[in-house]
Design a protein around this ligand. Structure first.
Ligand SMILES: [Fe+2]
Ligand SMILES: [Fe+2]
Length: 279
């Protein structure tokens, strides 16, 4: 089994600044503590873009400081809020493809992860996979013969039925979709960008998105505006087994929110032990 942690949309800002009234650094710290305590044995932690809210050097440096505390190997990706040049200045050793896009591959035996760079320098919200990036993807798929493939990208390549986002997706997605059709080895796509928790299936391909660590959006399918709501920071745990993938959606849990523990007993009924002042 391969265990992957999917973190997204962390939107780090310089010290003293907030995003929609929230402190992105504090929320990321909670998530890193939770990962370290519960999933330190994970094979990889993927942070799928919108790393810095305004793509500035100070925020990337702050992120680098946070990552020093993460016990799991990690891979950073870019989203529409990021700035590729500033990111690479702070993270000079990040894996990139020959053309400089922040795209890379990680293999775990017969399982291949492909990380895509959908940042469009010319648009603030939509994503793109230009001919160069698609050609790189096609080559990685061609050489992955016999492997199962899982793709991570910031922008969703299809609508998820939320009107607000329909004009903020991956632009001109036909090239990407053609590759998906041609390569049945692709089993699952994980993305961010939506600030919503969403799972489903397009044709044979399953997908997952978690709402990220920062500002969550209230689900509204047809609204002309966004509503941000106070919620715990969230992340996903992917368990890739011989037969498929399980995606657990979770949040950090502090000890003061623990209500009870249940233990097995010989009669099969179980024993519940309450904790603290709950009862
Ligand atoms: Fe975002
Ligand atoms: Fe985004």
């Amino acid at each position: 089994m391969v265990k992957i942690i999917h973190v997204t949309d962390i939107h780090i800002v310089p010290e003293g600044e907030l995003v929609v009234g929230m402190d992105p650094s504090k929320r990321l710290s909670e998530v890193i503590c939770s990962i370290n305590e519960t999933y330190s044995d994970a094979d990889l932690c993927i942070i799928s873009g919108d790393l810095a809210d305004r793509g500035d050097l100070a925020s990337y440096r702050r992120l680098a400081h946070h990552l020093e505390t993460l016990l799991v190997p990690y891979r950073l990706m870019l989203g529409n809020h990021d700035n590729r040049a500033a990111f690479r200045q702070v993270f000079p050793n990040v894996r990139v493809c020959a053309s400089g896009w922040v795209q890379s591959v990680e293999d775990f035996g017969g399982i291949r992860f492909i990380f895509l760079d959908t940042l469009d320098n010319n648009r603030p919200d939509t994503g793109v996979l230009c001919h160069e990036r698609l050609s790189w993807l096609a080559e990685r798929l061609r050489e992955s013969a016999g492997r199962r493939v899982f793709i991570f990208m910031h922008h969703p390549p299809h609508s998820v039925g939320v009107k607000w986002f329909d004009n903020m997706m991956l632009e001109q997605p036909e090239g990407f979709r053609d590759l998906v059709r041609q390569h049945p080895c692709i089993e699952h796509i994980a993305f961010g960008h939506l600030h919503l928790t969403t799972t489903g299936r397009w044709d044979r391909l399953s997908f997952s998105c978690n709402r990220g660590t920062c500002h969550r959006i209230a689900l509204s399918l047809d609204s002309e505006m966004l509503e941000f709501v106070d919620s715990d920071p969230a992340y996903d745990v992917h368990l890739i087994t011989d037969s498929g993938i399980v995606v657990h959606h979770t949040t950090p849990t502090s000890p003061d929110r623990l209500i009870a523990r249940e233990y097995t007993t010989p009669d099969g009924k179980g024993r519940i032990e309450y904790v603290g002042d709950w009862f």
